[in-house]
Write a protein that binds this ligand. Structure first.
Ligand SMILES: Cc1cc2nc3c(=O)[nH]c(=O)nc-3n(C[C@H](O)[C@H](O)[C@H](O)COP(=O)(O)OP(=O)(O)OC[C@H]3O[C@@H](n4cnc5c(N)ncnc54)[C@H](O)[C@@H]3O)c2cc1C
Ligand code: FES
Length: 295
């Protein structure tokens, strides 16, 4: 993104200092797995907080004074009054370990929203395939929540979700509950199961699920696929989607890069002239493919 584009982005997205973090209160903490928690955040009454005004696929940056900052995707779709937001966080290093010490009622400094998010309007009337691996389920869960709330505006929905083990699978119960929706099909898989586990779903990588789904009636021209997961997953998932003849600009994906500023200034997330923070993190495969080292 060139400097002019970056400045326009700032004008379009922020009325005040885009680096400014706003105080946000932890309303609820949900244990998803041993290493993943969902933090439900609420606005502090009377205070303007732009971080609540987001679309799925965007991200916010948590600022922990004296420890550091880290970007996290919104894992919900927000409510119409922007009073709540959720983040699903994997404990992996210093910032996330400090976040895991927070309790309900604690105040956190959060800045955002940043990035482009999913093009929600272009999903209307389409059949949707969600392909997610591990913590990659977080940003896609926001899209899924939105689509389920307005399901009459969308076609068939297929969710393919993979994790290392049943114990590592985030949103497992929530996704299994999707079976009640007439238009939704959800298939779960894990790489490994402990011997004594009562796992009743697939074992194998997420691309194995493509063999189990019924694609005979798929119309590639009206299907959009969305991918988020570990980097290794993208190449193989795209190979499966190409077998289904889904056009490259109808394959959407979130791409994570190490980020600092989140607003197109520091250059940490630059890839071949594009900034993952402002040009992304959501890209379509057609655009991502033409950018060196993107996938
Ligand atoms: C746009 C975006 C959205 C994200 N959304 C989420 C989310 O919803 N939930 C979530 O749990 N995490 C998410 N992440 C990743 C998260 O920001 C990092 O895991 C976080 O910075 C870790 O901070 P830390 O200080 O705890 O760990 P660190 O000490 O910074 O890192 C621990 C280890 O993780 C590696 N690492 C850290 N960040 C990345 C990265 N971006 N890519 C590859 N390796 C990395 C480091 O190399 C190191 O090995 C997102 C990242 C981006 C860029
Ligand atoms: S994170 Fe600074 S330019 Fe993208």
């Amino acid at each position: 993104m060139n400097p002019e584009k970056t400045d326009q982005y700032m004008k379009d997205h922020f009325v005040d200092n885009p680096y400014l973090a706003h105080e946000t209160r932890i309303k609820k903490i949900i244990d998803e797995t041993a290493h993943v928690k969902t933090f439900v955040m609420e606005n502090i009454d009377g205070q303007y907080n732009p971080a609540f005004d987001f679309i799925p696929g965007q991200f916010a940056i948590w600022s922990l004074p004296g420890i550091g900052e880290a970007p996290f995707s919104y894992s919900c779709h927000g409510d119409s009054e922007n009073k709540e937001m959720q983040f699903t966080i994997h404990k992996i290093g210093s910032v996330t370990s400090a976040i895991f010490k927070y309790q309900v009622g604690d105040i956190v400094e959060i800045r955002g929203p940043y990035g482009n998010g999913f093009p929600m309007d272009s999903l209307i009337d389409k059949d949707l395939i969600f392909i997610m691996g591990g913590i990659g389920a977080a940003p896609l869960r926001g899209v899924l929540h939105h689509v389920l709330e307005f399901s009459e505006s969308y076609g068939n929905i297929c969710v393919l979700h993979g994790a290392k083990t049943p114990q590592d699978m985030v949103f497992k119960e929530e996704f299994l509950g999707l079976a009640g929706h007439e238009t939704v099909r959800c298939l779960l898989t894990v790489d490994n199961i402990p011997e004594d586990d009562s796992w009743e779903h697939s074992v194998g990588v997420v691309t194995d699920l493509f063999n189990q789904n019924r694609y005979d009636d798929i119309d590639p021209s009206k299907t959009i696929a969305m991918i988020c997961g570990p980097p290794i997953m993208y190449k193989f998932v795209i190979m499966e989607l190409e077998k289904l003849n889904i056009p490259q600009d109808q394959i959407l994906m979130t791409l994570e890069r190490r980020m600092k500023c989140g607003i197109g200034k520091c250059g940490h997330c630059a890839i071949d002239g594009e900034y993952a923070c402002t040009d992304g993190p959501v890209f379509n495969y057609w655009d991502a493919k033409s950018t060196k080292e993107m996938i």
